[in-house]
Design a protein around this ligand. Structure first.
Ligand SMILES: O=P(O)(O)O[C@H]1O[C@H](CO)[C@@H](O)[C@H]1O
Ligand SMILES: Nc1nc2[nH]cnc2c(=O)[nH]1
Length: 325
């Protein structure tokens, strides 16, 4: 209420005698905030600056970029001669706020290939716009990265999936996109990619086939699936009705990440490989059992338990790529 003792009726501030309050009208005009389109948050030059900082600081131009999912930070521990950058020390970089996401960028060598790994990703529910969540993918691109490996912890909706299984992503359903949200929203910078990128064939078939062969060589093929992931905004886990709806849409696993990173990577023509570690089974029947409710401690515990297999999958696939370089 303004100091002239106004009240608000029908969205219009009025003085006690019913006349519109001029002071409030003036204030409203100056208070209008025009949101910055997502794509303008990190202009090309700023991304280039971050990439230059990392390439100069590490002396390395990575070919493969790895994003470690919740509890899967040990993927970055595979890297030899690592140069570690705390996110807080990288200019214009956001900070990680989620448990299981250390907030470090590790650059070095894996299976003879220069790689860069994010120990900690950014999620929409942390309050970051999608373009900010996936900004590091563009940094990777300008550092020289050609392949994105995105990993995540996810809930298994497909009834055939068990906790601890791995789902190789071959497609996604972009629920945030259905609601009109995209990391590419706003003016397009063609130095990154086209205005209207196609997303069919986003997940590289050759890499999926190689990963299937690797799972056979590791003797874990019965717990490795190929399926569809969907990203919701979070931070809530899903209701039973939502899980049923997702299943009807053909979704096999659900999480709160990855899709915007894949969109950003495909926009700038990176080859994408992604997998979900199934950390919990999503209930699709109503029940009052507490142990059927998803929780982040369980997600982290399962990820830690299964990190060895995930690490082996990643390093073997990097070794396969190395053969073709
Ligand atoms: O997708 P990642 O980062 O692996 O994490 C998943 O696990 C967290 C919920 O337990 C959410 O952040 C969800 O997205
Ligand atoms: N949205 C969502 N994210 C997850 N991350 C790990 N498990 C889950 C889950 O069940 N739902």
């Amino acid at each position: 209420m303004c100091s002239r003792d106004c009240c608000s009726k029908g969205g219009v501030s009025r003085t006690k005698d019913g006349n519109p309050c001029e002071r409030r009208a003036e204030k409203q005009e100056t208070d209008i905030i025009v949101p910055t389109p997502q794509s303008l948050l990190y202009p090309y030059e700023m991304i280039q600056e971050i990439a230059d900082f990392l390439v100069k600081g590490s002396g390395i131009r990575p070919k493969i970029g790895i994003i470690c999912g919740s509890g899967l930070g040990s993927l970055a521990d595979l890297i030899q001669n690592p140069k570690v950058f705390e996110y807080s020390k990288i200019p214009n970089f956001p900070v990680s706020t989620v448990e299981g996401h250390a907030g470090k960028l590790v650059v070095g060598c894996l299976e003879g290939v220069n790689v860069m790994a994010m120990q900690g990703r950014f999620h929409y529910y942390e309050g970051y716009p999608l373009a900010k969540c996936s900004m590091p993918v563009r940094v990777m691109k300008l550092c020289g990265v050609e392949y994105l490996f995105a990993t995540n912890a996810a809930g298994g909706i497909n009834p055939k999936y068990a906790v601890g299984d791995i789902m190789l992503m071959h497609d996604h359903v972009n629920m945030l996109g259905f609601a009109g949200n995209s990391p590419l929203q706003g003016p397009n910078d063609p130095r990154f990619g086209p205005r209207f990128p196609a997303l069919v064939n986003s997940y590289n078939k050759d890499l999926i086939n190689k990963a299937i062969d690797i799972s056979k060589a590791m003797g874990i093929e019965s717990s490795v699936h190929v399926g569809v992931y969907s990203c919701l905004g979070g931070p809530t886990y899903e209701t039973i009705a939502e899980l049923r709806a997702l299943r009807m849409m053909g979704v096999d696993a659900v999480g709160m990440s990855t899709v915007h990173e894949v969109i950003t990577a495909r926009h700038c023509d990176m080859k994408v490989f992604a997998f979900s570690l199934i950390t919990n089974k999503c209930a699709t029947e109503y029940s009052e059992k507490k142990d059927e409710e998803a929780n982040h401690d369980e997600v982290m515990a399962v990820a830690k338990n299964k990190q060895k297999a995930c690490c082996e999958m990643v390093s073997r696939l990097v070794a396969e790529i190395q053969k073709s370089l």
